[in-house]
Design a protein around this ligand. Structure first.
Ligand code: FES
Length: 126
């Protein structure tokens, strides 16, 4: 596979949680970085854990119009980031299927995927 083809390949994130985080008291105008890889320990925001995975955080500015709560996606599969769009509802079976049929599955426990298998979202248990 050519490098340009690999770059176009969609990376599969880890699921941090099958449901949103309801985040309150965000300061209007504040710059946030939404975690796209699912590995951050400061969910739903980025802590830099994506380093080396090919993922990048998504920059988002809290709207100036005050809102008391934001429903922020934690499954990382939303089509409207960083907001939950209910994609998580049907996700568990799809994720299990993707991980079961992952072409890199045989390498999962051989440290070929030290943090995250970006083909299926598999994360090693440490
Ligand atoms: S938590 Fe990701 S779409 Fe709802």
């Amino acid at each position: 596979m050519a490098v340009s083809d690999q770059a176009k390949e969609r990376l599969c994130p880890a699921v941090s949680q099958y449901g949103p985080a309801n985040v309150r008291d965000l300061e209007p105008g504040k710059k946030m970085k939404w975690c796209t890889c699912g590995l951050s320990k400061t969910q739903p925001w980025c802590d830099g854990a994506h380093k080396g995975t090919g993922f990048k955080s998504l920059k988002w500015i809290v709207p100036e119009k005050p809102q008391s709560v934001y429903s922020i996606c934690m499954c990382k599969h939303t089509q409207n980031p960083p907001f939950c769009d209910a994609t998580h509802t049907n996700l568990p079976a799809a994720v299990e299927q993707t991980q079961t049929s992952c072409p890199g599955r045989s390498d999962h426990h051989m440290r070929a995927c030290p943090k995250l298998c970006t083909k299926c979202g598999w994360v090693p248990d440490f």
